[in-house]
Write a protein that binds this ligand. Structure first.
Ligand code: FA5
Length: 337
């Protein structure tokens, strides 16, 4: 019996020498150490041996099993190393590449760019200004002195007594006019902040300001421009109306509405039954604003307007909750690729 165990072991060693892949190695393991393997079967015959032979043969089988297990595990390590090296060599360069993940602009950025493109095609250039703004530019120079009730129109985040997070993009009008002489024709896109939050208002949102200053500009220039812009952005048959309104920095002032595209003007939830949706504020630059920046209101006239990008994006895509833009839910954002 001991001789038989010796022969099985030397046979296994020979096979281990020759084996060159992991599948072959596993076959050797199963044929010697598996349930029906050579060594296992001998172990099962122990019962038929005499009490004197049993411990000797048992010990020999256990040693043979341990020796074989160790050799198999060493061989496995060697084969794993060479297999991983050869798989690098076998890299198939003809396989198609992995498609890279493609990002996209946020819907707000897409609409902001689209609106900027429309105005730049109409001769406007882009101006920018700081988001943390002095009270002077955000309010005073725009004809909104301290304690004036118009300050309540916008709920302001104060950084200090004299410094605010800008509540609108109108301060960029002042900064630009201080730096440049007319004629000027600018748009000013950017983030603005108000202490405001519900399904149509967020504490941070985006506006685009427009300002055109020259000699002999009138309200009809403003009307013509905004009708052209709104029909280009929404559709050529969009109805536009101007409603008298109030802004301290424009006189006269107007709010501009478009015919509701959801109900075609018959009245629905979106337009609150009126058939109209307010989309922007506008007016002729107030003479006091010109004086505040050193322009002569007898020589120059100008018009200005301001619109909210979130509102335009909601109308374009039929979105009914503004907060969706800022939840960073990839399932929502991916629809705008
Ligand atoms: C203004 O901010 C004026 N500066 C616009 C202006 C410029 C008028 C130049 C005249 C001349 P108003 O407060 O209405 O106006 O805001 C403009 C637009 O911003 C609104 O029509 C609305 O679409 C958007 N808006 C206002 N508050 C929020 C908010 N909390 N979240 C999202 N959008 C808002």
């Amino acid at each position: 019996m001991l001789e038989k165990i010796k022969n099985i072991l030397s046979q296994a060693n020979e096979e281990l020498e020759k084996v060159s892949d992991l599948a072959g190695l596993d076959n050797i393991r199963v044929s010697y150490l598996g349930k029906k393997g050579h060594l296992t079967l001998i172990l099962r015959t122990l019962g038929s041996l005499s009490p004197e032979e049993r411990p000797v043969v048992g010990d020999s089988i256990n040693k043979a099993k341990a020796e074989l297990e160790e050799k198999i595990s060493l061989k496995k390590e060697t084969l794993e190393k060479t297999t991983s090296k050869s798989s690098t060599k076998l890299l198939d360069l003809t396989l198609p590449g992995r498609t890279p993940f493609k990002g996209a602009y946020h819907p707000i950025t897409q609409i902001l760019n689209e609106i900027c493109d429309i105005f730049t095609s109409l001769g406007f250039t882009v101006s920018q200004g700081p988001e943390i703004e002095l009270d002077f530019y955000n309010f005073e120079a725009l004809n909104i002195p301290a304690e004036h009730p118009a300050r309540d129109m916008q709920d302001t985040f104060y950084v200090s007594d004299n410094v605010v997070l800008r509540t609108h993009t109108s301060p960029i009008q002042i900064r630009t006019m201080q730096k440049r002489k007319p004629p000027l024709k600018i748009i000013a896109p950017g983030k603005v902040y108000r202490c405001d939050s519900d399904i149509t208002h967020t504490p941070m949102f985006h506006q685009i300001e427009g300002l055109h200053v020259d000699k002999d500009l009138s309200f009809s220039h403003l009307k013509g421009l905004l009708i052209q812009f709104l029909q280009k952005f929404f559709s050529a048959d969009t109805k536009v109306r101007f409603r008298p309104s109030f802004f301290p920095f424009t006189e006269p002032s107007a709010e501009v509405d478009i015919g509701c595209m959801m109900c075609g003007g018959s009245g629905c939830r979106v337009c609150k039954g009126t058939g109209w949706i307010e989309v922007l504020g506008a007016g002729m630059v107030h003479p006091q604003v010109f004086r505040n920046v050193g322009y002569d209101p007898a020589e120059f006239t100008g018009y200005a307007f301001g619109l909210g990008i979130e509102r335009f994006t909601m109308l374009r895509y039929g979105i009914n909750d503004i907060r969706l833009y800022y939840e960073n839910d990839i399932r929502f954002l991916e629809q705008f690729k």
